[in-house]
Design a protein around this ligand. Structure first.
Ligand code: FNR
Length: 184
């Protein structure tokens, strides 16, 4: 039976490095696993009235059903102001409600943080972990994935240029799969 792992990308930018990294990760899916991006760009900013008054946007229902159908999740995120981008927080919030219907509940996750800078989205990674505790999402501890200088990491076809980086990302994906198999 195939396991479906959703990839949530914390950037809406067309030329996003996180999107490129997500595509590189999709190419590393092992046999028996499907990796697929779950889009977050159609989600209006969360307003609790939508749920309380039973008028949630259609995109919320589509997104929540997509998350519910997943076996696991890989977050690929940049850092904004030493935290996660608002679009990613919004997606977490939308998927967590209405109260008692947290669609993220129990799904094993991994976090792949990246940045054109040197601090490698450390702040975003750990702020995301804080949210995942409350959402009851177990997040892989090791290896921690902090990818610096991501602006130079890809060739024109979107492949990871540096063998060491490629090998590290591959090892992190394999570690996630091992850990996922132990939890499920
Ligand atoms: C950034 N950037 C950034 N980078 C970083 O390493 N730490 C940070 O705290 C921030 N803060 C920040 C805030 C805002 C509002 C923006 C727009 C950008 C730079 C960021 O890493 C860079 O723009 C990445 O290219 C964004 O990721 P994507 O879109 O390439 O995936």
């Amino acid at each position: 039976m195939s396991n479906t792992i959703g990839i949530i990308v914390g950037s809406l930018r067309n030329a996003s490095f996180s999107k490129k990294l997500a595509h590189a990760i999709i190419g590393m899916a092992p046999r028996g696993f499907e990796f697929k991006i779950i889009p977050i760009d159609t989600l209006p900013l969360y307003n609790q009235d939508f749920d309380d008054e039973h008028r949630a946007p259609e995109s919320y229902g589509i997104f929540r059903n997509a998350i519910k159908a997943l076996d696991g999740i890989i977050f690929v995120t940049p850092e904004y102001n030493r935290s996660i981008p608002g679009v990613l927080k919004n997606a977490l919030d939308v998927g967590s409600r209405p109260y008692g219907k947290n669609t993220w509940d129990g799904k094993p996750a991994a976090i792949f943080g990246n940045s054109p800078g040197n601090i490698s989205a450390f702040g975003a990674n750990h702020h995301l972990r804080q949210c995942l505790v409350f959402l009851n999402v177990p997040a892989m501890q090791q290896p921690e994935v902090y990818l610096p200088s991501i602006g130079n990491a890809f060739d024109e076809s979107g492949n990871l240029k540096n063998e060491e980086t490629q090998s590290f990302v591959q090892q992190a994906v394999e570690a996630y799969i091992d850990w996922f198999n132990r939890l499920r």
